[in-house]
Write a protein that binds this ligand. Structure first.
Ligand SMILES: Nc1ncnc2c1ncn2[C@@H]1O[C@H](COP(=O)(O)OP(=O)(O)O)[C@@H](O)[C@H]1O
Ligand SMILES: [Mg+2]
Length: 148
Protein backbone atom coordinates (compact mmCIF):
# COMPACT_ATOMS: atom_id res chain seq x y z
CA UNK A 1 0.00 0.00 0.00
CA UNK A 2 1.32 3.42 -0.82
CA UNK A 3 1.53 6.06 1.87
CA UNK A 4 0.65 9.67 1.21
CA UNK A 5 1.97 12.37 3.50
CA UNK A 6 -0.07 15.53 3.66
CA UNK A 7 2.82 17.21 5.41
CA UNK A 8 6.32 16.51 6.59
CA UNK A 9 8.53 18.94 8.50
CA UNK A 10 12.16 18.44 9.50
CA UNK A 11 13.74 20.32 12.38
CA UNK A 12 17.20 20.31 13.91
CA UNK A 13 17.06 21.07 17.62
CA UNK A 14 20.19 22.06 19.53
CA UNK A 15 18.74 22.12 23.04
CA UNK A 16 15.87 20.86 25.15
CA UNK A 17 14.34 24.33 24.93
CA UNK A 18 14.48 24.27 21.11
CA UNK A 19 12.65 20.92 21.08
CA UNK A 20 9.95 22.40 23.32
CA UNK A 21 9.74 25.49 21.12
CA UNK A 22 9.42 23.40 17.96
CA UNK A 23 6.45 21.53 19.48
CA UNK A 24 4.93 24.81 20.70
CA UNK A 25 5.27 26.25 17.19
CA UNK A 26 3.55 23.24 15.62
CA UNK A 27 0.62 23.81 17.95
CA UNK A 28 0.53 27.58 17.46
CA UNK A 29 0.53 27.20 13.67
CA UNK A 30 -2.30 24.64 13.80
CA UNK A 31 -0.20 21.71 12.57
CA UNK A 32 -1.08 19.96 15.84
CA UNK A 33 -4.62 20.52 17.04
CA UNK A 34 -7.48 19.14 19.08
CA UNK A 35 -8.57 15.71 17.82
CA UNK A 36 -5.00 14.64 17.01
CA UNK A 37 -3.22 11.54 18.23
CA UNK A 38 0.52 12.10 18.41
CA UNK A 39 2.77 9.07 18.15
CA UNK A 40 6.23 9.82 19.56
CA UNK A 41 9.15 7.68 18.43
CA UNK A 42 12.66 7.89 19.83
CA UNK A 43 15.08 6.28 22.27
CA UNK A 44 15.24 6.92 25.99
CA UNK A 45 16.42 10.50 26.46
CA UNK A 46 15.64 11.51 22.89
CA UNK A 47 13.29 14.29 24.02
CA UNK A 48 9.78 12.85 23.77
CA UNK A 49 8.78 14.31 27.11
CA UNK A 50 10.45 17.62 26.23
CA UNK A 51 8.40 17.74 23.02
CA UNK A 52 5.26 17.04 25.04
CA UNK A 53 6.16 19.91 27.39
CA UNK A 54 6.13 22.28 24.42
CA UNK A 55 2.65 21.15 23.37
CA UNK A 56 1.32 21.44 26.91
CA UNK A 57 2.84 24.94 27.20
CA UNK A 58 0.58 25.93 24.29
CA UNK A 59 -2.63 24.06 25.16
CA UNK A 60 -2.50 24.17 28.96
CA UNK A 61 0.13 26.75 30.01
CA UNK A 62 -0.71 26.48 33.70
CA UNK A 63 0.20 22.75 33.77
CA UNK A 64 3.59 21.27 34.60
CA UNK A 65 4.55 18.12 32.69
CA UNK A 66 5.95 15.13 34.54
CA UNK A 67 7.09 11.95 32.85
CA UNK A 68 4.25 9.40 32.97
CA UNK A 69 6.58 6.37 32.94
CA UNK A 70 5.22 5.08 36.24
CA UNK A 71 1.70 6.44 36.02
CA UNK A 72 1.30 5.40 32.33
CA UNK A 73 -0.94 8.41 31.71
CA UNK A 74 -1.00 12.01 32.89
CA UNK A 75 -3.76 14.47 32.08
CA UNK A 76 -3.36 18.20 31.51
CA UNK A 77 -6.79 19.66 30.79
CA UNK A 78 -7.86 17.94 27.54
CA UNK A 79 -4.38 16.54 26.87
CA UNK A 80 -3.72 12.89 27.69
CA UNK A 81 -0.02 12.00 27.83
CA UNK A 82 0.79 8.30 27.74
CA UNK A 83 4.08 6.46 28.19
CA UNK A 84 3.84 2.89 26.88
CA UNK A 85 7.32 1.82 28.00
CA UNK A 86 5.91 -0.70 30.48
CA UNK A 87 3.13 -2.04 28.27
CA UNK A 88 3.75 -5.57 27.02
CA UNK A 89 0.47 -6.71 25.54
CA UNK A 90 -2.94 -5.63 24.36
CA UNK A 91 -4.23 -6.95 27.68
CA UNK A 92 -2.07 -4.38 29.48
CA UNK A 93 -3.60 -1.68 27.30
CA UNK A 94 -7.10 -2.88 28.12
CA UNK A 95 -6.28 -2.96 31.82
CA UNK A 96 -5.41 0.76 31.83
CA UNK A 97 -8.64 1.46 29.92
CA UNK A 98 -6.64 2.88 27.05
CA UNK A 99 -9.34 2.62 24.41
CA UNK A 100 -11.84 4.55 26.55
CA UNK A 101 -9.50 7.55 26.40
CA UNK A 102 -10.15 7.68 22.65
CA UNK A 103 -13.87 8.46 23.17
CA UNK A 104 -14.80 12.01 22.17
CA UNK A 105 -11.42 12.36 20.56
CA UNK A 106 -12.50 15.51 18.74
CA UNK A 107 -11.98 17.59 21.87
CA UNK A 108 -8.83 15.88 23.13
CA UNK A 109 -5.19 15.58 22.24
CA UNK A 110 -3.61 12.18 22.83
CA UNK A 111 0.19 12.02 23.07
CA UNK A 112 1.84 8.60 23.17
CA UNK A 113 5.49 7.99 24.06
CA UNK A 114 6.89 4.61 22.91
CA UNK A 115 4.10 4.34 20.37
CA UNK A 116 5.91 1.51 18.54
CA UNK A 117 5.08 -0.80 21.48
CA UNK A 118 1.33 -0.46 20.87
CA UNK A 119 1.37 0.03 17.12
CA UNK A 120 -0.10 -3.41 16.38
CA UNK A 121 -3.06 -2.81 18.71
CA UNK A 122 -4.01 0.49 17.21
CA UNK A 123 -5.71 1.53 14.02
CA UNK A 124 -6.32 5.27 14.34
CA UNK A 125 -4.66 7.87 12.18
CA UNK A 126 -1.73 9.47 13.97
CA UNK A 127 0.69 12.32 13.61
CA UNK A 128 4.13 10.77 13.75
CA UNK A 129 7.00 12.51 15.50
CA UNK A 130 10.38 10.84 15.38
CA UNK A 131 13.23 12.24 17.45
CA UNK A 132 16.71 11.04 16.56
CA UNK A 133 19.73 11.77 18.78
CA UNK A 134 22.50 13.20 16.64
CA UNK A 135 24.85 13.92 19.55
CA UNK A 136 24.69 15.03 23.18
CA UNK A 137 22.37 17.97 22.64
CA UNK A 138 21.44 17.84 18.98
CA UNK A 139 18.28 16.14 17.74
CA UNK A 140 16.69 15.62 14.37
CA UNK A 141 12.91 15.85 14.67
CA UNK A 142 10.66 14.60 11.89
CA UNK A 143 6.99 15.60 11.89
CA UNK A 144 4.68 13.65 9.56
CA UNK A 145 0.96 13.88 9.16
CA UNK A 146 -0.03 10.80 7.20
CA UNK A 147 -3.16 10.40 5.11
CA UNK A 148 -4.03 6.71 5.10
N1 LIG B 1 17.94 19.03 21.62
C1 LIG B 1 17.40 18.42 22.69
N2 LIG B 1 16.08 18.14 22.71
C2 LIG B 1 15.52 17.50 23.76
N3 LIG B 1 16.21 17.08 24.85
C3 LIG B 1 17.53 17.31 24.88
C4 LIG B 1 18.18 17.99 23.81
N4 LIG B 1 19.50 18.09 24.11
C5 LIG B 1 19.65 17.51 25.30
N5 LIG B 1 18.49 17.05 25.79
C6 LIG B 1 18.33 16.32 27.05
O1 LIG B 1 17.85 15.01 26.74
C7 LIG B 1 16.92 14.61 27.73
C8 LIG B 1 15.56 14.35 27.09
O2 LIG B 1 14.74 13.82 28.09
P1 LIG B 1 13.23 13.42 27.84
O3 LIG B 1 12.51 14.53 27.16
O4 LIG B 1 12.72 12.96 29.15
O5 LIG B 1 13.40 12.18 26.82
P2 LIG B 1 12.42 10.96 26.53
O6 LIG B 1 11.06 11.34 27.01
O7 LIG B 1 12.49 10.78 25.03
O8 LIG B 1 13.00 9.78 27.24
C9 LIG B 1 16.84 15.72 28.78
O9 LIG B 1 17.75 15.43 29.80
C10 LIG B 1 17.31 16.93 27.98
O10 LIG B 1 17.90 17.94 28.77
MG1 LIG C 1 9.73 10.40 28.33
Amino acid sequence: MSEIYSSKILNISKSERETEDFAFGLARSGQIKTGDIIALYGDLGAGKTAFTRGLVRFFSPESRVASPTFSLVNQYKNIFHFDMYRINSEEDLLSIGFYDYLDNLYNKIIIIEWFDIIKDFFDENTINIEIIKLNFDERKIIFERLLK
